[in-house]
Design a protein around this ligand. Sequence first.
Ligand code: GDP
Ligand code: MG
Length: 673
Amino acid sequence: MGRGIGRKGGEEIRVRGLMQGKRRIRNLGILAHVDAGKTTVTEQMLYLSGSTRAVGNVDKGTSLSDTLDVEKKRGISVRASSLAFSWQDVQINLIDTPGHVDFSAEVERSLRVLDCAVLVLSAVEGIQAQSEPIWDALRAMGIPVVLFINKIDRKGADVAGVFAEMQRAFSPSMVLINGAKNEGFDEAAITELSAVQSDALHEKIAEQDDALLERYLEGEALESSAIDAALAQATRECKVFPVLCGAAKNRAGVEALLDAIIRYFPDAETSIDKPVSGVVFRIDHDERFGRIAGVRLYAGRLQTRDTVHNHTADREEKVAQIKRSATNKYEDAGELTAGDIGFLCGLPDVQIGDILGDPEPVPGGYVLSEPLLSVQVRPLNDADHTALAKALQQLSSEDPHLNFKWYSEERELHVKIMGAIQTEILTAILATRFGIQAEFSDPTVVYRETPAGAGYGADSYTMPKPCWAIVKYLLEPGARGSGIEYHSEVNVDKIKLKFQNEIAASIADALKQGIKGWEVTDLKITLVDGSDHVVHSRPGNFKLATNIALMQGLTATDTILLEPFIAYRITGPEAIGGKVTSDIIEMRGTFEPAEMSEGQFVLQGRFPLATSMDYAIRLSGLAGGKAKMTLGFDGYEECPPGLGVEREYKGISPLDRSKYILLMRGAITLATT
Ligand code: GDP
Ligand code: MG
């Protein structure tokens, strides 16, 4: 059993586990651009599996997986929901994730715990803005994928066209494994592959297997069981990606999709004999159970009332209850075993990303997008200020990207967001879940700052005793994207190791707000001189002196603002190509030479976020919906002088030295969280 795990009644359960035979589990993600039909696919799967008696319907607001009132009302998914059902004796933990770019943080958190994924595309719209970053993330994380071309019943459905687009944009290793008939009509259904399609499938599969390839090249007919086995193997190794089609709304092709999920995807590792290892991938707040942590277990077993070591926070956690989520109701589970997803109650301080037990088997995360906009939240009724702050704190624990900051001195509440839709959803959540009417300011780009040149910053914190910390830093600009580099040239006989460690640990915090109010990045910091005092130095003294010295250093070097840049790819009818390029120049953007084919242009380049926030809307106005744009964060660049936004320091600045020292010593208080 794992580090810090108490066990109770283990023997009995172990015997039962053996008698049940090997549990088979798939943690499956359903991903797509918004509106492609993820939720509809999910509902149909639940229905087919017998988990629900009636099919939930997004258009009628009866969807089981869209549980928030706002989701039902707007027909979009905001939170990833997780539901378990079984198909052919395999337990499928299904994670239906939101597709709107504003909620990609939710997708990101889910990706980490997936064994396999279905990427849903529309047979009419094909690859859309959010499909590509999701595809890239799935590839980067090595997650096997099956693709589902949905909505073959809609007018304009074109499975062959979308399949070709996928082969071009995603990977040439796509294999079509069923076909469509009556495309574009209500009667649309799936069919066997045509002779030509089937031959293409055989060729692609044979390429993956030398023995099969030899037989294929000799013109031998390959039996379907051999093809299937090779296809499964290659799918698990992410060498090929099976593609199916259907119309989820009419349940067409959904059963074949479920079969493919069983046939081609790998089982989760379910060994309970190794030390406990798991990761917290979501936090929920439930009226009855309080804070609930969604955990994927990679090894071992957790039982109610077990104590588990929180590796990330380095503390013991006591598990009060373990639940599972079946069709969105929490049920008592009593235990959680390797391979499965469960919900733990009684861990009041646990955070998203915390690793429980052994960190070794837990895969790393993936950053799909960063929130690049900052907004201020105000209550309509001033008396709600504290309640609003508490609500935002809770929401921020569910979505750490919100990065909630409460500046009590200024009575300001700030969160970071991905886009405008998110503020609309947050407004609704604050009203319905917390009963608070709030409004959001217009978003500001999240700038950063970096030293304009090299310079020194120093502080001697020696009064009023007891205290002693003398430090001197050299600050130098670093390469773009290099972040913060710190090293010390001061010997441990001048500043003891424990204080040097305190300094190293406090640098990042000290740079959260620079002299222009933004996080400081891309710089080299060297501790060049300083001393401690045998009698007077106290823990915290060096942190305080470092905060002051670095701010003074930044004043000496002065800083320049950096702004976020976005990489774009725009395709559209040639007729608007000229207008688009002139728009991009106007937005201070750049582009590579345009590619033209079949009356369409493809333009790629980058532009500042600050000038392009509303370009998706402007472009669709310009092209009457015929243009497509994909966007991705592409790093920070220098902002031309005079164009950025500077902010006042929030709270008491280390530059206001004596007041700051009083604050740090607790002589004055400030309830900033
Ligand atoms: P999500 O945003 O990806 O979760 O997509 P939804 O499942 O909410 O579906 C978006 C819209 O597409 C809804 O109006 C669905 O009724 C509709 N839809 C989903 N699947 C199909 C389909 O196979 N055919 C047609 N014609 N409409 C569909
Ligand atoms: Mg949905």
